[in-house]
Design a protein around this ligand. Structure first.
Ligand code: UDX
Length: 434
């Protein structure tokens, strides 16, 4: 089929490349001419494992195209996906839908023949109705259907999540549109991936309810971790013990510094606002947002306590800045709160991250960036692990100890074991393990 993807960010680029890999002909459209030029040269503007080969292969096989001009791409398309950003609006936390509405208007003027318009971006409940109204108003004679098809892609695992999803959710009651969506996802249905057909608003809410629940699950185990520290229990063993109950499930029970990223923070806020606006407040999500936000300061205090309560004149080494490993994304990363809190207490901060430093340079000030983990810890008074990159999981601990001024490690991702670290002579502080 002929697919047009409006927006070439994390979602648009991965979705477009994967649809091309399914055998469809895909044209990715973006207003940013520089970005399109780089994509046409095979340069991928984001760090997503495997995306460069996937794009290169499909461009070479003539299934994937990039352009700044939407006209031909939309006129000839069977399905046009809206995959533009829906950032949190400054100040009130509602999703900013201006890019979605602009895309809808642009599409409306270019539709030729029956076309399915697909909201892939995460959009508040009711946005599909808005998009439909905009298109009808802009082009009353257009033959189209607006479908909700939320993405469930994790950064760093996006291609796998697209090609081997737990389910595909499609929100429309239009039978013809359902057929188009079945054909689009046919390669998946061949391996029995369930396609859940709902009506549009239900589909839009599924996305928010899913992310809200995952954010709440993480926040739950983070609070249990604090209780574990108070009563001398081990949160990793609690997580294992409850996670084996298949009504709970083992995933997303890793205690840490709190969730970040481009989705959970904005989606929990948007869900909270939508619920309040509709007089059905979700207090569990309101508590999740509040607890997660406070956690970053709690982590800074944990570090301050670990180095004896006084940071003035001390150097703190930070390993990991991105909101999670295998991404270069710094959006809402815990480091963005933790580092300034340490600096406010007088600490000098030196940091290393395998992929995030280019972005972090614009978001953190007065941080010295190191060339690697050992360079980072040289003569530091303590080292803090904030992101669980694989390369931090098997550090030469003797070398780390020799390099540190004082052998203090604060491990916010529980990468190491307390007994082993103490046996090596470290003062070792972690999350939820006495
Ligand atoms: C998330 C959802 O998982 C995905 O389905 C949705 O489409 C987009 O948002 P993403 O934000 O890329 O994906 O990353 P994810 O792996 O979900 O992690 C989100 C945050 O939770 C990260 O800050 C991560 O460190 C944190 N996390 C995750 C934990 O603290 N503990 C866990 O056990 C899992």
């Amino acid at each position: 089929m002929r697919v047009t993807m409006i927006g070439t960010g994390y979602v648009g680029l991965v979705s477009g490349a994967c649809f091309a890999d399914f055998g469809h002909t895909v044209t990715c459209v973006d207003k940013d001419a520089g970005k399109i030029a780089r994509l046409q040269k095979g340069e991928i503007p984001i760090f997503e494992p495997g995306l460069d080969e996937l794009v290169k292969d499909n461009v070479e096989q003539g299934r994937l195209f990039f352009t700044t001009d939407p006209s031909a791409a939309i006129r000839d398309a069977d399905a046009v996906f809206i995959a533009v950003g829906t950032p949190s609006r400054r100040g009130d936390g509602h999703a900013d839908l201006s890019y979605v509405y602009a895309a809808a208007e642009e599409i409306a003027g270019l539709i030729n023949g029956y076309t399915v318009i697909v909201n892939k971006s995460t959009v508040p409940v009711g946005t599909g109705d808005e998009v439909e109204a905009i298109i009808k108003k802009t082009n009353p004679s257009a033959e189209f259907a607006v479908v909700s098809n939320p993405e469930f892609l994790r950064e760093g695992a996006a291609i796998g999540d697209f090609k081997r999803p737990d389910r595909v959710v499609v929100g429309t009651t239009d039978e013809r549109a359902r057929d188009v969506m079945r054909q689009l996802y046919r390669p998946l249905s061949l391996n029995e991936t369930p396609i859940v057909f709902t009506e549009r608003r239900t589909s839009e809410l599924i996305k928010y309810a899913g992310n809200g629940f995952l954010a709440m699950k993480i926040t739950f185990i983070n609070e249990i971790a604090d209780l574990c520290e108070a009563v001398g229990a081990n949160v990793q063993e609690v997580a294992k013990g409850i996670g084996l109950d298949n009504r709970i499930g083992r995933k997303f029970l890793n205690a840490g510094p709190g969730y970040g990223g481009s989705c959970f923070p904005k989606d929990t806020l948007a869900l909270m606002k939508t619920a309040r606006d509709n007089n059905a407040p979700i207090e569990l999500i309101e508590a999740t947002v509040r607890v997660n936000s406070a956690r970053k300061q709690k982590m800074a205090q944990k570090i301050i306590d670990a180095v004896g309560g006084e940071l003035r004149g001390k150097t703190i080494a930070i390993l990991g800045l991105t909101f999670k490993p295998n991404t270069d994304d710094m959006r809402d990363a815990p480091a963005l709160d933790i580092v300034p809190a340490l600096q406010d207490e007088g600490a000098k901060v030196r940091a290393f991250d395998p992929e995030g430093m280019n972005e972090a340079k614009h978001m953190l000030k007065d941080v010295q960036f190191a060339t690697g983990p050992y360079d980072c810890v040289q003569n530091a008074d303590a080292v803090v692990i904030i992101t669980e990159w694989d390369q931090f999981r098997a550090l030469d601990l003797d070398r780390i100890k020799d390099a540190l001024k004082t052998p203090t490690v604060i491990d916010l991702r529980n990468i190491y074991r307390p007994d082993e670290m103490r046996a090596k002579g470290f003062k070792y502080v972690s999350v939820g393990r006495a």
